[in-house]
Design a binder for this molecule. Structure first.
Ligand code: MN
Length: 209
């Protein structure tokens, strides 16, 4: 099965008011590169896991109007599901100025649950656990463009469409193997991990001897 959104809604500068994502929202971000201090946040994608994706663009690097998005990221009652949360949480902290919590990371969950493989990229995890093939062709494209191409919008949306389903499957595996608590403790530490990255301890493992 190929990945396909029911609908993709593109917004400028913030989410519209009045959206309800329930108790968990899938989140991803697109930036100009992999260095948060150099490469600005361009797009944030969110989905309630219902096939609908909201894309928020930040034209002119203006993050000052994103009150609804910031409130959602900081909402204690809504778990933010990411794949490789470490990066997105750091970027959201730097550009939106909010601590993103609580968080669930499908990449950490995959590393703890799928010990039989070293393939923890979203494409591999999604194919195995949900049976959906994601197209990764637009991964390295210019996300700061004024108007996203249909291919870019499809790609950005696909990154959040299946995270709820992936989390459910991974939770079953973590439960089976008695690793739920270990996973939860790792998710709680993610805010600190992202802060360490932003503060200059990105490469260094402060837990190593
Ligand atoms: Mn993405």
């Amino acid at each position: 099965m190929k990945s396909k959104a029911k609908s993709i809604e593109i917004h400028q500068g913030d989410l519209p008011g009045g959206l309800d994502f329930g108790s968990s929202v899938a989140v991803d971000s697109e930036t100009l590169g992999l260095k948060p201090h150099r490469d600005r946040l361009c797009v944030v994608q969110v989905s309630a896991g219902d096939g609908v994706c909201h894309l928020v663009q930040f034209p002119g690097a203006d993050y000052g109007k994103a009150d609804n998005l910031k409130a959602l990221m900081a909402d204690d009652g809504v778990t933010k599901i990411f794949h490789y949360a470490r990066f997105d949480v750091a970027v959201i902290r730097k550009y939106l100025g909010v601590v993103c919590t609580p968080v669930y990371c499908t990449k950490i969950a995959s590393r703890l649950a799928r010990t039989y493989t070293s393939n923890h990229g979203l494409k591999d995890v999604c194919r195995e656990l949900v049976g959906v093939d994601m197209n990764k062709e637009q991964q390295s494209s210019d996300w700061a463009v004024e108007t996203l191409s249909p291919a870019q919008a499809e790609y950005a949306a696909a990154d959040v469409l299946y995270l709820h389903q992936i989390r459910n499957r991974l939770d079953e595996m973590l439960e089976r193997d008695g690793r739920r608590e270990l996973a939860s403790a790792c998710f709680e530490f993610l805010t600190t991990r992202a802060d360490l990255d932003l503060a200059g301890w990105g490469e260094e493992d402060i837990f190593s001897h």
